[in-house]
Design a binder for this molecule. Sequence first.
Ligand code: AMP
Length: 112
Amino acid sequence: MTLFEKIIAREIPADIVFEDEHCLAFRDIHPQAPTHVLLVPKRPIPRLGAATPADHALLGHLLLKAGDVARALGLDATGFRVVINHGPDGGETVPHLHIHLLGGRPLAWPPG
Ligand code: AMP
């Protein structure tokens, strides 16, 4: 089981902000912005590049829900960023696809 599967199964506690039948959103334990939420699919996909056409609807769902969660957390007016890290150079540390939702301060570009 991945760390995020354990959070989904409530074996590890998390500050959950949204849940539906397909995904769970919870606050990152090491926030990089005043709001930093991770949105994860309940059906684990290791990383974005491992997704297949069978994941088409799930990937769309995750992005739509990232927008919904951003709105619900009040980030819509000031703005926010979504990030998906893939592999070592991308900064991936948990092999369970997740969308970072970051907001609450201006975010620099390009990223580090
Ligand atoms: P990534 O580096 O893109 O794989 O992102 C993994 C994220 O998971 C990091 O931002 C970590 O801070 C976060 N993280 C690790 N363990 C936990 C946890 N138990 N609860 C919430 N977030 C976590």
